[in-house]
Ligand binder design. Structure first.
Ligand SMILES: C[S@@+](CC[C@H](N)C(=O)[O-])C[C@H]1O[C@@H](n2cnc3c(N)ncnc32)[C@H](O)[C@@H]1O
Ligand code: SF4
Ligand code: SF4
Length: 285
């Protein structure tokens, strides 16, 4: 099933499947107050091998870098899973997640969990996975796959990419991967320290039309509306009063229900969206 196991859904049945799936989510919630989280980004490091001008995670803004420890990853994931019925997709992201020394342990732990369906390692393709990571991903081949961001369309970055070697390695190890041919980016503007003073209807509409809003962000035991919000708070641009603190907050399930009932979130008040297409991974000098 498309969301459930990561397998294929015949295209002509896709809409029907999605409709049924959303009905199932709604029923689970209405009847049992069970929450199924569709997608969540775990930020495991802020370190990166590139400095992209329009990075939606604002990574070049970090002066000091943070690596999530394996123990902290375990604690954060456990709290989330204890309070939901399912977590359809975990994105392991960053920064560049392949720079994290314990990424194999992180993948191993997340893959063992019954409640997780799919785990996607998002990488820029500049470094190759080491033997330990390859072995771990092979072990959970039905759940874990790589997403290689296709920055080959940018001639300035191309010399830094090891995409061909990467793909060869994955094919040799029969590991699944995804790379989108026509990979596009939108311009990312800096988040603002002060609220932007628009009316609530403006933020509601911006949130509803925001592509990043489909994916929650978790960083350093705080769950936010999107990964950009996680980085905005971590960079000290604002305090996200709508975030759920996975260590301090009690009744996480109730908090999640309350979280999902909001029309938009505090970070949206600090955010400027753009629909202008830009070349992927343009580098800062
Ligand atoms: C923040 S990156 C982290 C993972 C890794 N460093 C990479 O670049 O693939 C996560 C994903 O966000 C995408 N992304 C970053 N900035 C973007 C933008 N301005 N527009 C569209 N996608 C963007 C990246 O291409 C990547 O697929
Ligand atoms: S988008 Fe660029 S700067 Fe941002 S994390 Fe990925 S490779 Fe690094
Ligand atoms: S803060 Fe709100 S508007 Fe900005 S990227 Fe996140 S969800 Fe979208």
């Amino acid at each position: 099933m498309l969301f459930h196991r990561g397998g294929a859904v015949f295209l002509r049945k896709k809409d029907e499947f999605i409709e049924k799936y959303y009905k199932y989510l709604q029923e689970e919630f209405d009847e049992n107050k069970n929450i199924v989280l569709p997608k969540l980004d775990f930020i495991i490091t802020t370190r990166c091998t590139l400095r992209c001008k329009n990075c939606s995670s604002m990574i070049p803004k970090y002066k000091e870098h943070i690596d999530l420890t394996f123990d902290d990853f375990k604690k954060d994931l456990d709290v989330i899973l204890d309070n939901v019925l399912k977590l359809n997709l975990i994105n392991i992201s960053g920064g560049e997640p392949l720079l994290h020394k314990e990424i194999d342990k992180i993948i191993d732990y997340a893959s063992q969990k019954e409640k997780t369906d799919m785990i996607k390692i998002i990488t820029n393709g500049t470094i190759l996975p080491n033997e330990k990571l390859l072995e771990t991903v092979k072990k959970y081949n039905d759940k874990v796959f790589f997403f290689i961001s296709n920055y080959g369309v940018n001639p300035d970055v191309k010399p830094k990419l090891r995409t061909e070697e990467f793909i060869k390695l994955l094919q040799e190890n029969k590991i699944k991967y995804q790379m989108i041919k026509d990979f596009t980016w939108v311009e990312e503007k800096e988040m603002q320290k002060n609220n932007l003073q628009h009316c609530d209807a403006f933020y509601k509409s911006m949130y509803e039309n925001c592509i990043l809003s489909a994916c929650l962000g978790v960083f350093n035991h705080r769950l936010h509306t999107c990964p950009k919000a996680s980085h905005g708070e971590q960079l000290g641009i604002f305090v996200d009063k709508d975030a759920i603190d996975l260590r301090k907050d009690k009744n996480i399930k109730e908090k999640l229900i309350e979280f999902y009932s909001k029309d938009f979130y505090e970070p949206c008040r600090h955010c400027i969206r753009s629909s202008k297409e830009v070349i992927p991974a343009e580098q800062l000098i």
